[in-house]
Every structure is written in C-alpha cells, then in structure tokens.
Write a new protein. Structure first.
Length: 291
C-alpha cells in the first residue's frame, strides 16, 4: 500500500515551476511559496509523518493497523527505522515543525533494503527476478505516500516529485517502483481501469513483475474491444494516471490488501523512460540538490 491518494495528476506547465534558488546546497529539495520539500531530520519529524499517514490511511481510508499503531495513532512499521522520509511542510502554519508536515513519501534505496531484509513491496510482489535482470541498476522504492486533504493540489504533487527526482539523482538511482492502490478489496469493481492497465501498459520482458502466487489476482478482466480508454482513465486513481504520464509500466497482476482496504498494483518506472518533458522540467532545478 503506497502511492495513493494524491488527487492531482502530474500535468505541468512552465508557469508553475519549482523555485528553490535560495536553498541550493542545503537539505531542502524545493520550494513553492510557503511549501518546501525535504527529508525528515529527526525522530519527531518521522513521527509527524507517521501521524499524517494515520490520519489518511485509518481515519479517511479505514485501514486496520496493528493494535500498537492504533493506540499511538501513528502508522509505523519496522521499515520506518531505515527508510528516508520525504516531507512537504507548510511554513505558514503556526506551531512546531512537526505541526507543519502536510505530505510525505517513504523512500527506500536498494542498497539499504538489502541490508535490512528487502523491500516492503516484496510482501505482495515477486521483485527478486526484476532486480536480478538489472544488476547494473539501483532501484528505489516509493511508499506510504499521502497528503492532507486541503493540500491535494498540483503544487504539493510537484514538490513531492521535485523531492523524488532530486533524491534519485543524488543516489544515482536507475529505476523507481512501488505499490499503487485502488480503493476497496474487490478488483472486479475496477475491471475497466485494471484491464486497460494490463492491456496497454503492462510490464513485460525485462521489466515484468508477478504478484506473489498466493496473493495474485487477475487484472485483465474485460476483452480488449470492451475497454474504452477514455472511460478507463477517468475511472483511475489520479496518481496512477500521473505515473503513466511519466512513462511508467504496471504489473499485470494485482494484490488485495485487506489491512489497508485496497487493491494494489505495482508501478515500475525506469529513470530512462521518464519523458523528456518531465526530465527537463525537474532536471535543471533538482540537479542542484543532488550533490
């Protein structure tokens, strides 16, 4: 359960570019007005991200977390201890820094994952063959993405991607991946969108990924002649549409996550596949934070 619930697509224009001039060389990856994106600096900021995740996943999406997480009102697990946590903060909000966290992503690099037992997504998808086919590439996993309702705007999405892109450049990543979610635990309710993904942007060949056999659910649920692309896209979670614009591929099997009340697919996004439009949009600024 990860790349879900941002409610704007990645549709940019030249008038909304991120402008981080005064923060080059620091640990801030970008700014738009009072909003800034950077990595969490301490445990308190990580706990603020976990509290934000609780508000979105539990209070909004009805996820069922372990008892200790429900009691603490924070979404946390063992991965939080060694992942990096990307934050969007609104500096115009009163209070401490922890009170200003309005969006988050959890980032996990391959070298770190291998030291700690693997990637989170491996609990749902068979990722090892994908990694083995690309020994020359370093992968990064994007997870636990969420944003407060009032901040689900294009500016927030742009900042999160400014951060992801700068982070990928900094650590010389070759590909990104992570779970993307449809609401609910009945894949058949999303037959149109899932069929479109499987038939149109399904990952095959060297980028193919299967769901774990005991969890795999079919996605190609409708004949191709019955799949209307426009209707399929309109029925799709906005963040998945954003990934498609970037050039992502999608697993051809889904997994039902009962705890988070979602139907998950795996997004695979090779850095080399990201369209030049977005590389040009982010490259000039994000590259300044990659050293």
């Amino acid at each position: 359960m990860a790349l879900d619930l941002l409610d704007r697509t990645l549709a940019f224009d030249a008038t909304s570019a991120v402008a981080p001039d005064e923060v080059a060389g620091g640990d801030i990856f970008g700014r738009i007005g009072p909003l800034e994106v950077r990595l969490a600096r301490n445990d308190r900021e990580i706990e603020a991200a976990q509290a934000l995740r609780y508000r979105v996943f539990v209070e909004e999406m009805n996820a069922r977390l372990p008892p200790e997480a429900m009691l603490a009102r924070r979404d946390f697990d063992a991965y939080d201890d060694f992942c990096d946590h990307l934050l969007v903060l609104d500096n115009a909000l009163d209070g401490d820094v922890e009170d200003q966290v309005v969006g988050t992503y959890r980032l996990l690099r391959q070298e770190v994952a291998m030291r700690h037992g693997g990637f989170y997504s491996a609990g749902e998808f068979d990722i090892e063959p994908l990694l083995a086919r690309h020994p020359d590439k370093q992968f990064m996993e994007l997870g636990r993405s969420c944003v407060l309702p009032n901040y689900r705007t294009k500016r927030t999405v742009e900042l999160l991607w400014q951060g992801n892109w700068a982070y990928a450049l900094k650590y010389k990543m070759g590909a990104m991946f992570g779970c993307a979610s449809f609401p609910g635990t009945q894949p058949e309710e999303h037959a149109l969108a899932l069929s479109f993904l499987a038939q149109t942007v399904g990952a095959h060949g060297e980028w193919a990924v299967s769901a774990r056999p005991e969890l795999a659910r079919p996605m190609d649920l409708m004949p191709a002649e019955a799949v209307n692309a426009r209707k399929a896209l309109s029925a799709m979670p906005p963040l998945i549409k954003g990934y498609l614009r970037l050039g992502a591929m999608v697993s051809t099997e889904a997994v039902v996550d009962q705890a988070f009340n979602t139907t998950d697919v795996l997004i695979i996004l090779p850095i080399a596949s990201i369209s030049d439009r977005y590389v040009n949009y982010y490259g000039a600024d994000a590259g300044r934070f990659a050293s």
